[in-house]
Design a protein around this ligand. Structure first.
Ligand SMILES: [Zn+2]
Length: 569
């Protein structure tokens, strides 16, 4: 491809709307263009990267026994009502009304449609297992699209759905997919780590995410360096520090003038925050919920949301708290009636706590559960933090940032039961099909690749997904010897099927090198009067500092060898 003819222009300045590094670099490199919030066009260079990622994914899905098909973006809304998943998707589900006043959903995912399809074809255990996948555009009305391709409203996704007769079959499909995903990331030159994850709106019981470790990642991962436990912070468990349980003392009031926060209370009484109970108020689908945790822990909103099975969760406003008759700063579950109370199980890991008295400037000493108050639900709803103890061993948890680039779920039977996807087993008994689903966002992976692989000059593409492999960069094209040699070299490289972007523009060396660094094509070949003097070409990898001179004679063979070196993939 001749750069002079390439559609799309590089930008010197960073566009103001770009809020992440990959977004800035993709716009500056002329690889994508925003059409509306969270909606993008791919320009030729960006699309080439996407197609390469797609090719690798398709090969690995096929190798694992997947069969590709195509499903509609428009889905009957009834399917979403039938599956019962509409509430958990809530406003992120795009819906449209057709001319006959019939409501349709723009598919954010396709479990409903594919289960409905499979239901029609699967009768007996002999028809299973099945691995079906699609690579196509999906839609989510994100409240805050951001980060360029990281959080968008229309996106290209590979989803594979597995259908099995029993748990062992599901385990098998799940493990096959995990291996296929590992192959995909490794072939893309993007090593990803597997972590335990929350299943969120998709539902199901077990799920894992693939994360690219990157400082700019929006997900926090907790991991144990001793045993290898790793989980998204949304999901991460930890061994909560246990306090000595002492025999309960009589409860007594203490005056705490102007003391509001847990730290102030603990300081005032002279105990660590772990000896206090903290009250937090949430609005869950419009209902006020009173949350109690031990004072040294924070609420994990994902765990809390899953426990409540609600779709809208936010901290309650001061007005809502007041209207419920609660005294913020001195609130506690003691003597509260008519409000749902949810507690973290840490309230059982201690005794004689300090808690609010539901009276201004007053707290209580020696509060004990369950002697002094009742709760509606008690469960683990606390957030794990760096330094907490590993739930599996004695090790300490550490945290790092990552970008989610893949997600696999064991769905089980809740969808097949709801949508009537049953089969006859060996004994002629009607059973629901056991499902799993496995997704990779292609654009997201592309953006994550940049978040992980760049420097202050631009993108550094891994070879396997680079838009071109070679950036041919002749300098001083006004010199006819240079331009003739460059044209000849471009022709030779192209004839050998080496993917070459040819900077045939008569621009200054600085300008051309800046563009080459920004576009991030792995191997740069520079021709200049100096290299021609020795009948050579300067060869430089984008990710290395040093360049080398190689003789022009036999250069295409040498380049082919360089690109095939095993550690270059
Ligand atoms: Zn551990």
């Amino acid at each position: 491809m001749r750069l002079s003819r390439l559609f799309g222009k590089t930008l010197k300045e960073t566009p103001a709307e770009a809020d992440t590094l990959s977004h800035q670099l993709l716009l500056r490199a002329g690889m994508i263009q925003q059409v509306a919030a969270g909606i993008y066009s791919y320009l030729p260079l960006g699309w080439r990267v996407l197609r390469k990622i797609e090719h690798i994914i398709r090969e690995e899905m096929d190798k694992a026994g997947g069969q590709e098909l195509m499903l509609p973006a428009l889905q009957p809304f009834e399917l979403w009502e039938q599956s019962g998943r509409y509430p958990s998707f809530g406003k992120t589900l795009f819906t449209v009304i057709d001319r006959k006043e019939h409501r349709l959903a723009l598919g954010p995912t396709h479990e409903e449609v594919i289960t409905e399809l499979v239901r029609r074809y699967v009768q007996s255990y002999r028809d299973l297992p099945l691995l079906l996948y699609q690579i196509q555009n999906k839609f989510r009305d994100e409240p805050r699209p951001r980060g360029g391709l990281l959080r968008v409203r229309e996106f290209i996704m590979k989803d594979l759905y597995s259908f099995d007769v029993d748990e062992a079959g599901l385990d098998n499909s799940y493990q096959e997919m995990i291996q296929a995903y590992k192959n995909i990331y490794s072939r893309c030159g993007l090593p990803a780590v597997v972590v335990e994850a929350d299943s969120g709106a998709i539902g199901g019981k077990e799920s894992q995410e693939f994360m690219l470790i990157a400082d700019s990642g929006e997900d926090e991962i907790m991991y144990c360096s001793s045993c290898g436990y790793a989980a998204n912070t949304e999901k991460a468990q930890f061994a909560k520090p246990k306090l000595e349980i002492k025999s309960p003392l009589p409860m007594e009031e203490i005056s705490t003038p102007n003391i509001k926060t847990i730290e102030e209370v603990a300081d005032f009484v002279g105990v660590p925050t772990s000896h206090t109970l903290k009250a937090v108020f949430y609005s869950a689908d419009g209902e006020l919920v009173f949350v109690v945790t031990r004072g040294d822990l924070e609420v994990n909103e994902t765990k809390f949301r899953n426990l409540l099975k609600c779709s809208e969760l936010r901290l309650a406003t001061e007005t809502e708290v007041k209207a419920a008759g609660l005294v913020a700063g001195s609130a506690s579950p003691i003597g509260i009636e008519g409000i749902k109370i949810v507690a973290d199980d840490s309230i059982t890991l201690g005794s004689n706590f300090i808690a609010g008295a539901n009276k201004v400037d007053t707290h209580l000493k020696n509060v004990n559960y369950p002697r002094d108050f009742e709760v509606d639900t008690i469960a683990d709803i606390a957030v794990a933090r760096s330094g907490d103890s590993c739930p599996k061993c004695e090790g300490k948890l550490l945290s790092t940032q990552g970008i989610e680039v893949g997600h696999v779920f064991k769905l089980g039977t809740f969808l097949s039961e709801k949508l009537g996807a049953f089969f006859l087993d060996r004994n002629g008994v009607l059973c629901p099909i056991i499902m799993g689903c496995y997704g990779i966002g292609l654009g997201r992976l592309l953006a994550a690749a940049i978040e992980q692989n760049h420097d202050d000059k631009g993108i550094i593409w891994p070879l396997a997904i680079a838009p071109y492999h070679i950036h041919l960069c002749p300098l001083h094209l006004g010199d006819s010897e240079i331009s003739q040699t460059a044209e000849k070299l471009y022709e030779d490289l192209t004839r050998k099927n080496l993917e070459t972007l040819f900077d045939d523009r008569d621009e200054s060396p600085g300008f051309k090198f800046n563009d080459a660094d920004l576009l991030g094509i792995p191997l740069r070949l520079t021709l200049s009067p100096r290299t021609l003097q020795s009948q050579s070409v300067e060869v430089k990898w984008r990710k290395e500092k040093q360049a080398q001179l190689l003789p022009l004679e036999g250069i295409t063979v040498r380049i082919k060898e360089l690109l095939q070196e095993p550690d270059r993939s």
